[in-house]
Design a protein around this ligand. Structure first.
Ligand SMILES: NC(=O)c1ccc[n+]([C@@H]2O[C@H](COP(=O)([O-])OP(=O)(O)OC[C@H]3O[C@@H](n4cnc5c(N)ncnc54)[C@H](OP(=O)(O)O)[C@@H]3O)[C@@H](O)[C@H]2O)c1
Length: 387
């Protein structure tokens, strides 16, 4: 892995953020229709042209030797995460499969091991339990990992849900499930793993995001979409959770001092044929399977995350955005090119509120990042109770 140039945010630029936040205090109730239309057009464009725009990319993505690199990958028992884990392991990385179905992960690991036999050193894979629907499980995972005092070089927040057409559901922590699995739990995981990521510096946090964030809207006062102000749909839940992740990542990217050497990147994998469609009605699943030209394979969908996790240009790009004081963290498109996040993702006042609200929801103090960077202990509310 490479090292990022050293740049740090000046107190003046932090003050400028706060000023911008104050002056843009006007409350927005939802996406404007132009933003919404633009979002759907982007989505249609990605669906129709993703193969063409990514045609320059080899498949599978060639990776450098990663023998000294440790990667934690969430949700790698199917789809994109499975491909990411396998390819990183075959490139020599120490891969930690952070999954809720440990039996499936052990079976996969054994299968990969036997198919790899004779092609190089045995794969270095371990399986650890992590259920993102339980914030207690996230805390347990991070406590166990940090207790090793080992470096972590890459955290890939891949696990995600899109419960299409399902009624609104809440986790036992009381949070809307898309929000918890796609945003809150990965946010807690990223923050609590900061000590290990600092040990592994230069290191990276890679978040599997989605073009669907373009049609998402986050009301920081109604993150659960249950106040009655907005009607819940799985589309609203998914899009909002992905937008919340970009907003939170943008503030994390700003808060982490350049000296910490941790890059925060969001990636869009494209529109990929995976289990994500398992909740579609049967007739729609049929249609989904009938359009293989437009929908890419999980191996193709894994390329942007693998690029974000390993390419030296990515941390240089993150450092550049930091020094430019750009309001949004790096977003890498399915074709492995930097892309612009939605207009709403540039709404810095909302991003700051989403950051503050997220910290409160995941039971961390407002100065958690600063404390963790200083090497201080931080108590998470979800570490105190057993589930
Ligand atoms: N497919 C697409 O077109 C697409 C487009 C844009 C973004 N993405 C994003 O890419 C990521 C991977 O999605 P995919 O398409 O590969 O979907 P997938 O095939 O359904 O895989 C999702 C993975 O997440 C895991 N997971 C779900 N809930 C979890 C929980 N509570 N705790 C721990 N792990 C959990 C699943 O584990 P189980 O097997 O145990 O359920 C599975 O391994 C997601 O973040 C998704 O939002 C996908």
């Amino acid at each position: 892995m490479d090292s990022s140039p050293s740049t740090s945010r000046s107190p003046a630029s932090e003050e400028a953020d706060r000023e911008r936040a104050k002056t843009c205090e006007k409350k927005k109730e939802g996406l404007g229709w132009m933003e919404w239309m633009r979002g759907w057009l982007y989505l249609a464009y990605e669906m129709l042209f993703q193969r063409i725009t990514a045609s320059h990319l080899p498949n599978p993505m060639p990776l450098p030797h990663l023998h000294e690199v440790t990667c934690v990958i969430t949700g790698c028992t199917s789809g994109i995460g499975l491909q990411i884990a396998r390819q990183l392991a075959e490139s020599g990385a120490h891969v930690v499969m952070a999954v809720r179905n440990t039996k499936a992960a052990h079976e996969l690991s054994q299968k990969w091991q036997s198919e790899w036999s004779g092609m190089g050193l045995p794969l270095n894979i371990e399986v650890l339990e992590l259920d993102l629907l339980s914030l207690e499980s996230v805390v347990r995972f991070t406590e166990a990992w940090n207790a090793r005092s080992a470096p972590l070089h890459v955290l890939i927040n891949n696990a995600g849900i899109f419960s299409i057409g399902e009624p609104q559901k809440f986790s036992k922590n009381g949070y809307e499930e898309h929000l918890q699995v796609n945003h809150l739990a990965p946010a807690l995981l990223s923050l609590l793993l900061l000590p290990s990521l600092i040990r592994g510096s230069p290191s990276r946090i890679v978040n599997l995001n989605s073009i669907m964030h373009y049609v998402g809207f986050v009301d920081p006062e109604d993150m659960n979409i249950n106040s009655g102000k907005r009607k819940f749909s799985s589309l609203a839940g998914y899009g909002s959770s992905k937008l919340a992740q970009i907003m939170f990542s943008s503030i994390l990217h700003k808060r982490l001092p350049a000296e910490a050497g941790i890059s925060v990147v969001c990636v869009s994998p494209g529109i990929v044929h995976t289990n994500v469609a398992r909740d579609l009605p049967k007739w729609l699943q049929g249609a989904y399977h009938l359009i293989p030209y437009f929908i890419v394979t999980p191996q193709e969908g894994a390329r942007s995350a693998l690029f974000a996790a390993t390419d030296p240009q990515v941390s240089e790009y993150c450092a550049l955005l930091k020094s430019d004081d750009w309001p949004v963290c790096a977003l890498i498109s399915h074709d492995c090119r930097p892309t612009n996040a939605s207009e709403e993702a540039h709404n810095l006042p909302t991003s700051i509120k989403v950051w503050e609200k997220t910290l409160a929801m995941i039971g961390l103090p407002a100065d958690a990042v600063e404390k963790l960077i200083e090497g201080e202990q931080v108590q998470c509310q979800y570490g105190l109770k057993q589930d």
